[in-house]
Ligand binder design. Structure first.
Ligand code: ADE
Length: 281
């Protein structure tokens, strides 16, 4: 087998098992409540997720909050109690939208996408992929009336420490990260990408042909065919990147390995192994 730094690419080129039985009504479902239904499916209609949707591996239901607005103008918001800028989505409107959104089955959380929520991460995506579905409330304006969040025990989830103009992009990101973990959505080759993150490390750098480009060669070790040494090099790279860019992930990684987050002594093993060109096993 030729290796041009393509280890993960040739992991499997087998087509998805098209003969496997197709899921019927019970497919994982994302139910989205939004004032901008035309923003969906957006990115979710393309590529892997779009194909998986067409195969019935997951479902998307989009509902317009405006349909539950009050009066002739279908008003959905009002000024914040206590004063301040912006508008707040009304509890009665959202309550009606939730009630009309249909029955849920099994394990089915409701999430409000908001910058003050719990930060979304891979473990949350994994947990969501184990549910039967999720209802996602996309806000706009300054927020939503707290009483509807309390009544329906809605969890708040944030994509990160920045403010988007609304929850729609965040909802699509959350759905994307979750659906790709549903069985049979990814082919085997793509599944290996998850393995790297599930170790709690950032991914090592990748290269492909040409072996030299713009005077920059691919690191020699990747062309060596020594799989154990390549694995050690990649691990060392992933560790170095994580240490530099994400001290939070790095500390958690050390702790999981039973190592002192301050010194992390033993972890230099992987660097040493890579540097010496030795293998651990
Ligand atoms: N809505 C607005 N900002 C957001 C964020 N950072 N994450 C999730 N939803 C949001």
């Amino acid at each position: 087998m030729k290796s041009h730094g393509r280890l993960s690419i040739h992991a499997s080129t087998k087509p998805r098992d098209l003969m496997a039985p197709q899921p019927l009504a019970g497919a994982w479902t994302a139910r989205v409540l939004t004032l901008y239904p035309e923003m969906f499916p957006g990115t979710l209609g393309h590529s892997l997720l779009g194909r998986a949707h067409d195969q019935g591996l997951w479902r998307l239901e989009v509902q317009n909050i405006r349909e539950h607005g009050i009066g002739k103008h279908r008003t959905v918001d009002d000024t914040p109690a206590g004063g301040g800028p912006g508008m707040v989505l009304r509890a009665d409107v959202l309550d009606a939208a939730l009630a009309a959104s249909g029955k849920t089955r099994g394990k089915w959380p409701t999430i409000y996408l908001s910058p003050r929520g719990k930060p979304f991460d891979q473990s949350m995506a994994r947990a969501l992929a184990q549910t039967d579905g999720v209802t996602l409330l996309c806000g706009r304006f300054e927020g939503v009336d707290q009483r509807v969040l309390d009544k329906h025990r809605i969890q708040e989830v944030s994509l990160g420490d920045f403010v988007l103009t609304g929850g729609e992009i965040a909802a699509q990101a959350l759905i994307d990260a979750t659906v790709r973990l549903i069985p049979r959505v990814l082919g085997n080759a793509e599944s290996t990408v998850e393995e790297s993150f599930s170790q709690g490390l950032l991914e090592h750098p990748q290269y492909t042909r040409p072996t030299e480009w713009d005077g920059r060669p691919i690191p020699e070790i990747l062309l060596s065919g020594h799989h154990a040494q390549i694995a050690a090099w990649r691990r060392a790279q992933a560790e170095a990147l994580t240490k530099e860019r994400r001290p939070d992930l790095w500390r958690a990684y050390l702790e999981r390995q039973g190592k002192d987050p301050e010194t992390g002594q033993e972890l230099s093993d992987a660097h040493t192994i890579a540097a010496k060109g030795e293998t651990k096993d």
